[in-house]
Design a protein around this ligand. Structure first.
Ligand code: ZN
Length: 278
């Protein structure tokens, strides 16, 4: 299990002036922000990343074992190859927000195609798009819901079997799926339990989309499983896998083991909770 965390830094109302990170008051995080943990005995096997990141957000390990990280203060996304501590690809412009091919605005999450290693960045807190790059980091195209712009694009997944790019519009609880080639909006998944939706993962073993909702005044986070086996059944609710407020309080991110049986939820209170889903 690999965890990207903010260590000593907290994102609060003083962290940003508009979309610009306040570097005068906040330097890079001096502690290691990446931890590699044995998920069975919870031993920390490795840690790194001190002095490099300002406001860690998203982590994805691709099928080749590369680590992709996003930092919302830097407005950048980085690719680290196995055992390398210098990025081999940097996307976005350091500390500069924007909405062109070379800028993000607080990018949140990354998905990487197993087919051609293209990279999809959820962008983000202050843009409303998913941006695609090729395996060398060259801009390809952007995905947007033009009729109803996404509000905080917080998570992105690929469903390669269906040729879809799916992203969360966090603040209004929508999961929107685009055709990867035509960029056409193919589906919008909503559910009364999903007032806000923070994180998504696609599980290719069972062909499910797993999602965690945010906490609302009257309701803690819940985990939801949706069918993703075909375009016709996409978004059918399969399971609600936790509604126990003692367990999920305020979920932020999600990971699934390769066999599809273990789901891990990172919460804003600093906990990671593990669920067995059958
Ligand atoms: Zn977030």
């Amino acid at each position: 299990m690999v965890v990207f965390h903010r260590a000593t830094t907290k994102w609060d109302e003083r962290s940003f002036i508009g979309n610009r990170f306040d570097t005068k008051n906040h330097g890079p995080i001096k502690k290691d922000v990446i931890k590699v943990i044995d998920p069975v005995n919870l031993k920390v096997l490795d840690s790194w990343g001190a002095g490099m990141f300002y406001m860690p957000h998203g982590i994805t390990i691709d099928s080749k074992g590369n680590t992709w990280l996003s930092d919302v203060a830097l407005h950048q996304v980085f690719k680290y190859e196995p055992d390398q501590k210098k990025p081999s690809i940097t996307l976005g412009t350091r500390f500069e927000s924007g909405s062109d091919e070379n800028h993000f605005c607080k990018p949140t999450s990354i998905a990487v195609s197993t087919k051609d290693e293209h990279v999809f960045v959820a962008d983000g807190y202050c843009n409303s798009r998913v941006v695609e790059f090729d395996k060398d980091g060259k801009y390809v195209q952007s995905f947007e819901d033009l009729k109803s712009p996404m509000s905080v694009v917080h998570s992105v997944v690929l469903i390669e079997k269906l040729n879809l790019v799916c992203a969360t519009s966090r603040e209004d609880g929508r999961i929107i799926c685009f055709d990867r080639d035509t960029k056409e909006k193919k589906a919008e998944i909503t559910n009364p339990m999903m007032k806000t939706v923070y994180a998504l993962k696609y599980d290719p073993t069972y062909e499910f989309i797993l999602a965690v909702t945010g906490a609302n005044d009257d309701q803690p986070s819940v985990g939801l499983t949706f069918n993703a086996s075909s375009l016709e059944r996409l978004g059918d609710l399969v399971n609600v896998w936790d509604s126990n407020e003692a367990v999920l309080s305020d979920s932020h991110d999600l990971a699934v083991s390769r066999d599809g049986k273990n789901v891990y939820v990172g919460q804003l209170n600093g906990e990671i909770d593990q669920f067995l889903v059958e």
